[in-house]
Design a protein around this ligand. Sequence first.
Ligand code: GRE
Ligand code: ZN
Length: 327
Amino acid sequence: MQGKIAFEEHVAIGETLAQTRAFAGDSGQWDDFTRRILDLGNERLEAMDRTGIELAILSLNAPGVQRIPDADEAMDVAKKGNDRLAEAVALHPDRYAALAALPMHDADAASLELTRCVRELGFKGCMVNGFQQVGDADDVRYYDLPEFRAFWATVAELDVPFYLHPRMQVPSRAPIYDGHPWLMSSPWGFAVETSIHALRLCGSGLFDDYPGLRICLGHLGENIPFGLWRIDARMAFSRRGYRGKRPLGDYFREHFHLTTSGNFDDSAFRCTLDTIDHDKIHFSADYPFERMQDAADWYDSTDVITDEQRRRFGRSNAIRLFKLDLE
Ligand code: GRE
Ligand code: ZN
């Protein structure tokens, strides 16, 4: 399919490149990976051309700003990353747009940088990589906490999507993974961490306070579609600290947009399609952690969806989500 829009497409800057090294593949692949994640020129654009991706809405690599405990340093890196993305968008406005990286140490800093990116740089939303480490590397903040309500007010006012991207748990909080570092990262732990964060948002009453918020999740929903029925079924018996006014599934279906990033599987896709309204399903690749070719080969040919759905999920839904000036 030509004309696809993808929006979990990562870029590193010097300050965030090394964070990604462990995930780049086995030894020998780092040089290629480094070139691909830093590149915003021909190699990326040609891969987009070959795979029918017209527009990539770019974001900084994970964990990025979220793993910088010092607030001032985090703000500097966020600004530097965002300015780099803005530069690429200015050079190739038909091929690139951008999601802001944000320092999430406190609501004011996050709101300030999001507002700058949206109002001054024309960014389409933000991508935040899970919890923020603050001060001490073991001190982590999740965004359902009351102190972040002022940030969510800014997101609601700017009316832009917030993409919650995975990161790995910090070792001091993750003894269950002892001896199994592979399990803690993208094969499984990423989805555990990100799904819990997303469910915390649902259970905190956030969406009662801000009914217009739109949250994006990658990887076909970080396993939540598979578990959604059971969450509501069990919570009919006991709500223990759940602060939403409505059943969790209502919030998930109303506020969450899910992308195909890094999860190119028919069975998982069917489950997601069965669970979520079809105006909230989107193509994405997760480059360069995945190959654009793998993402597009699967998406363009899977018979789980019709060609008419392929167009909607590959393009028109994203145009509406990000209010893009495209047809
Ligand atoms: C990602 O950003 O999506 C990612 C990583 C590390 C490993 C796999 C992956 O940051 O998809
Ligand atoms: Zn990603």
